[in-house]
Ligand binder design. Structure first.
Ligand code: GLA
Length: 395
């Protein structure tokens, strides 16, 4: 009898471990896709846009570069029916959400949706409070693969228990769905969410600029442009890993307010930091330069590297910084960042960076390969980066 009980307990433990592993594996590398919010906000969202975005993700080469998810953000929902089921806004989604999900799937892509833990979403649409299990069941029935859960109008809710309920509800709904926690870092989700969600926002909303901050009423920095968001990650490297990513928010690449260099730096840094890569621009009318940034496979490979290690800042001279990311094959990537508006020219001290003479590296934006020598000098334009991969093989 004792043995039987023990075997049963072991069986339960093993199956819960296997289930946990399966859940983690859904985001073994940072999720990549596109989301509607940064460009379309509330008013611009509708099913035509979503379908055209799925088309453009394929025709632009984004899908080939690794992007998978087409995510609807806030404003798709309007009310609840008599049974409490969430109802889509029929002016925006006349065919219903399931039809849109089917269309996205027919393109070989995955489909994501948005809700909020509070009574109302941030744009005042119905939230999921009190309907956590029911909503996740509905999403599963629609074929949703990714759920972003926001944190507006939550009053006295406790973030860890609220998000735990969503995670239980997702598992119970029986369809694998990524849980993207969007609580803006308020209660330090990196400390409690590792077994609950696959990623968690670490800051307030990203703005389309390089270095301006957004401040909360208490004067604390809340989020902002690229550098402000980057600086807010400084203590978070240990919390990132397989199935548990620090989310620096959706990309602003190609949304018009940043220069080519700034967009390139933005993308390189998000990749180095293992942030999810969710494009936030209009994929139907990308310029070639925007496309060349978003589809740079060598940079994307850093983000999607199997080791899943977020970069660390190893040199900080104020306006000039160096980030180092370890990669699964024993190689490393370095990102040299010029935070100032003026060009920076410098001699590289390879020894200080622990990189020996005789090795070679690839410049991941030009594709050029070069041998390391003691006299190497770099010159980086204002707000620019130099991203290199130190190769283990010979040239
Ligand atoms: C919050 C989130 C954003 C976006 C909007 C939608 O601000 O942080 O990413 O989802 O809500 O209303």
């Amino acid at each position: 009898m004792k043995h039987l009980f023990l075997s049963f307990a072991i069986f339960l433990w093993v199956s819960s471990q296997l289930q946990a592993q399966k859940y983690t594996e859904l985001a073994a590398t940072p999720p990549m896709g596109w989301s509607s919010w940064n460009y379309f906000l509330c008013d611009g969202l509708n099913e035509k846009v979503i379908k055209e975005m799925a088309d453009a993700m394929v025709s632009s080469g984004m899908k080939d570069a690794g992007y998978q998810y087409i995510n609807i953000d806030d404003c798709w929902q309007i009310s609840r029916d008599a049974n409490g089921n969430i109802v889509a806004d029929s002016t925006k989604f006349p065919s219903g959400i399931k039809a849109v999900a089917d269309y996205v799937h027919s393109k070989g892509l995955k489909f994501g949706i948005y809700t909020c833990a509070g009574l109302y979403t941030c744009a005042k649409r119905p939230g999921s409070r009190g309907y956590e299990y029911q909503d996740m069941r509905t999403y599963a029935a629609w074929g949703v693969d990714y759920v972003k859960i926001d944190w507006c109008n939550t009053d006295n809710l406790d973030a860890p228990s609220s998000y735990k309920m969503f995670s239980d509800a997702i598992r119970k709904a029986g369809r694998p769905m990524i849980l993207s926690i969007c609580e803006w870092g308020v209660t330090k989700p990196w400390k409690w969410a590792k077994d609950i969600g696959h990623s968690w926002r670490t800051t307030g909303d990203i703005a389309d600029n390089f270095d301006h901050g957004l401040y909360a009423d208490d004067g604390k920095v809340w989020g902002g442009g690229v550098l402000v968001t980057l600086d807010m990650q400084r203590t978070l490297q240990p919390y990132s890993g397989k199935g548990q990513w620090n989310d620096m928010d959706m990309l602003q690449v190609g949304n018009g307010q940043m220069t080519f260099n700034e967009n390139r730096s933005h993308f390189s840094l998000w990749a180095m930091m293992c942030s999810p890569l969710m494009a936030g621009n209009d994929l139907r009318k990308m310029t070639d330069s925007t496309k060349s940034i978003l589809t740079n496979k060598a940079i994307i490979a850093l983000n999607q590297d199997a080791l899943g290690k977020q970069a660390e800042k190893i040199i900080d001279e104020g306006r000039f910084q160096i980030f180092r990311k370890e990669l699964s094959n024993g190689e490393v990537a370095l990102c040299f960042l010029n935070r100032s508006e003026l060009r920076v020219t410098k001699r590289i001290d390879w020894q200080k960076l622990n990189i020996s003479n005789g090795k070679n590296f690839t410049d991941l934006w030009t594709g050029k390969q070069q041998l390391i020598s003691t006299t190497d000098e770099i010159s980086i334009e204002g707000h620019g980066v130099w991203v290199i991969r130190i190769n283990s093989g010979k040239m």
